[in-house]
Design a protein around this ligand. Structure first.
Ligand code: DC
Length: 228
């Protein structure tokens, strides 16, 4: 059977994981899998159905019944919620907060993790999230923990949201980022943390291009040596 390569990128909100993972995927001809989008689609389902993030029983039931899948259109991942493409509805602050709050529950994680593992078995993927190197792909060929200071991450998010038509201050964004980091790092199941064998990349003073080049180089070094 042909060897399938997997790269795992974990890190806190706004560290640039998706930008970097997308560009590395293009360079290496890998499929990019954005696992945060799956948690966001689930969160949207809970919000649409008026389910509170503290109602564990209702969240568990809804997570079991709902269908979250992904497909690709012009090389871009689309996330489907019960067959509906919801990619355009999952990037709001409300969905971010709900995704973080409901990703603490085992039924939510279990369902999405199974889908993520299956995707990585079939083809070369670069997958980003919070628990990819630690739980989803513990045998990944390369693991990266990508981070940056909360100030830098807030500034980058601010730049992305400037033209979104919504009023966010830099302080609002940094506060949300810190809150989400705390939640994601301190939950009991699959918290965000650096895998022991992950490379730490702090992008605070790096351009996206430099980060991309470093990751591609690390991948080449690891796989050329035939290391696991
Ligand atoms: O990467 P993101 O900001 O789109 O992720 C949204 C939330 O989903 C994040 O705050 C926590 C959760 N998440 C997770 O628990 N595990 C993952 N692998 C990816 C995301």
């Amino acid at each position: 059977m042909k060897k399938v390569y997997n790269i795992a990128i974990d890190g806190p909100a706004g560290a640039g994981k998706s930008t970097i993972a997308r560009s590395v995927a293009r360079k290496l001809h890998f499929v990019y899998v954005d696992t945060g989008a799956m948690y966001r689609a689930m969160a949207l389902h809970f919000l649409r159905n008026g389910i509170s993030s503290s109602d564990e029983a209702a969240i568990s039931r809804a997570a079991e019944d709902v269908d979250v899948t992904i497909s690709y259109k012009n090389g871009e991942q689309q996330v489907l919620l019960n067959g509906e493409n919801v990619s355009g509805f999952i990037r709001t602050g409300e969905v971010s907060a709900m995704a973080s709050a409901t990703s603490v529950y085992l039924p939510v994680r279990k369902k999405l993790m199974e889908l993520q593992k299956k995707l990585a078995e079939k083809e070369n993927v670069i997958m980003d999230g919070r628990d990819i190197g630690t739980c989803v792909l513990p045998d990944a060929d390369l693991k990266i923990y990508l981070t940056a200071s909360s100030k830098v991450r807030a500034r980058r998010r601010f730049g992305q949201l400037k033209n979104s038509g919504r009023e966010y201050t830099l302080e609002d964004i940094e506060r949300d980022i810190i809150e989400r980091d705390n939640q994601d790092m301190n939950r009991s199941i699959a918290p965000l943390k650096k895998a022991d064998d992950a490379f730490l990349v702090d992008s605070s003073n790096m351009t996206a291009r430099q980060v991309e080049e470093q990751i591609v180089e690390l991948f080449r070094q690891k796989t050329e040596k035939g290391e696991k």
